[in-house]
Write a protein that binds this ligand. Structure first.
Ligand code: G6P
Length: 491
């Protein structure tokens, strides 16, 4: 590949992300097991081939015992992962606190939490201290394994200080930073108390990447208006150099899905699920149980659809199958969301269910890869109602599995994926409940010919624009971006 040609046989890419692609999990007999982690970042990066990668990240659990730490470190090393052990208190302040209560909601246009805005400025302060401390620990781990020639690719909102910390250690390190969430309008971002410090730390990177052109544009205008810098999408002048900023829309490894569909295990599941849902149209949702995914809006829209289409005897003929992957349950807002969702599911099921069946099948679970592929393949519609979403790879995965069924994708205009899959999907404003309800009806009634046309458009994009291309484009640009670029005037 282009990447291996560029990096040579010994060149490595060190991926630094908060979450490792595998999670260390306590097990009653084996003591520890190492299942795969969930989330878009992990699923995309796993698809990258032909390059030596090492991951640095948190193993998903706090491990106070040193012997356990040694065992886990050895096991993870076999999987090319290097753990950063963070204790419970630090995780609480850094991950549940600053990352998921402050940055995550702000970057998704949900604003800062009310109570912190007014009288708990100290709360933000101590969480920010934990954030910088955690970033420092990630940086130290990277420095320990760093070899000259390595390329360092830092990911996401958890690690905004990392480019600065790494360059302090060694100015010649090639360091890139990539954001997997939206970067919000500078009018939103400017509310953040540590706004300048974080931008300046990111700007130490050699290349700053986003999934969408709009996110890159917002970042540039935040740098201009909040730091008084000069720049545009060709680069930002900072610290006597030009920092490159660009959009690199991510993709998936579509073949991983299409191949799985040919395998005996998935085929078996397909037969099983087809039998289970025989006579019913199935609308599928697969999301982490997160406020950005628009769960409540989705349920209200489905309720409205049932209300308007009672002749369908909907409780029996149409089912919304929602896989709600548990996530960040230490953050109170996530627990609150879970109970609101459960209440609404029960209301709709109580109202429209029959003795034979209920219209919503909601599972607070992850499903294994084979079942997921089978569900993607047999369902009639995928319903994605994110209120904001960096990209949303579930939409890509659904398309990859729909070659024979030609199911319809209903996609929120606020997901990054709407920019690539727009022409092949029904695009909705998830806040407009009536519009989404109508979209469900349209999707279920769509004639075969139109479904084929839509699917063809999406499938071509998803199979051509892969995670591998994304990573190659980014890493090649990072490789070529030199931190000592001569200063030039930007107009
Ligand atoms: C999003 C973020 C990722 C994160 C994933 C899962 O996709 O961009 O950085 O890993 O959600 O969230 P979690 O908090 O469980 O890592």
């Amino acid at each position: 590949s282009r990447l291996s040609a560029l990096l040579g046989p010994n060149g490595r890419v060190l991926i630094v992300a908060n979450r490792l692609p595998v999670t260390a999990k306590r097990h009653p007999v084996k003591k520890w097991e190492y299942p795969s982690s969930s989330g878009g970042l992990v699923s995309a990066l796993q698809g990258i081939k032909d390059v030596q990668m090492m991951w640095v990240g948190w193993p998903g659990v706090s491990v106070p015992n040193e012997t356990d730490q040694t065992v886990i470190t050895e096991e993870l090393f076999k999987r090319r992962c290097v753990p950063v052990f963070l204790d419970e208190e630090l995780m609480d302040q850094y991950y549940s606190g600053y990352c998921n209560k402050i940055l995550w909601p702000l970057f998704h246009y949900l604003g800062l939490p009310q109570e912190y805005k007014i009288n708990k400025a100290k709360g933000i302060k101590s969480q920010f201290e934990a954030y910088t401390q955690a970033n420092q620990m990630f940086a130290e781990t990277v420095c320990k394994i760093y070899k000259e020639g390595d390329i360092i690719w830092c990911h996401d909102y958890h690690l905004m200080c990392l480019p600065k910390l790494l360059k302090q250690y060694n100015i010649n390190m090639k360091v890139g930073w990539f954001l997997h969430t939206p970067f919000p309008s500078s009018e939103m971002y400017r509310a953040l108390p540590n706004r300048a410090e974080l931008l300046e730390a990111v700007l130490k990177a050699d290349l700053v990447g986003f999934h969408a052109y709009d996110y890159a544009r917002h970042f540039v205008s935040a740098c201009i208006s909040l730091l008084g810098l000069e720049g545009d999408l060709d680069g930002i002048q900072f610290d006597r150099r030009i920092v490159k900023v660009d959009a690199f829309p991510i993709g998936i490894d579509a073949q991983r899905f299409t191949k799985a569909l040919e395998g005996p295990k998935v085929k078996e599941k397909i037969t099983e699920f087809k039998k289970l849902f025989a006579g019913r149209k199935v609308i599928l949702g697969v999301d982490r149980l997160d406020m950005i995914k628009g769960f409540l809006q989705k349920l209200l829209a489905f309720e409205k659809f049932l209300e308007k289409n009672e002749e369908l005897d909907s409780g029996y003929k149409v089912v919304l199958l929602q896989i709600a992957v548990p996530t960040r349950s230490d953050v109170p807002e996530y627990r609150k969301l879970a109970s609101q969702v459960h209440e609404l599911v029960a209301r709709v099921n109580g109202r429209f269910g029959t003795l034979k069946a209920t219209p919503i099948l909601h599972l607070d679970q992850t499903v294994d890869f084979d079942s997921l592929c089978a569900l993607y393949a047999i369902t009639d519609v995928a319903l994605i109602t994110s209120l904001r979403d960096g990209m949303n790879l579930v939409s890509y995965e659904y398309v990859a599995c729909q070659e024979s069924n030609k199911g319809v994708l209903i996609l929120s205009e606020f997901a990054g994926a709407a920019q690539s899959l727009g022409a092949g999907s029904i695009i909705v404003n998830p806040w407009d409940i009536a519009e989404v309800a109508d979209a469900i009806k349209r999707a279920l009634d769509m004639p075969t010919e139109d479904r084929e046309k839509h699917h063809r458009h999406n499938y071509e994009l998803v199979s051509r624009h892969t995670a591998q291309d994304w990573a190659e484009n980014y890493v090649c640009d990072l490789y070529n971006a030199t931190s000592k670029a001569p200063l030039r005037a930007i107009h």
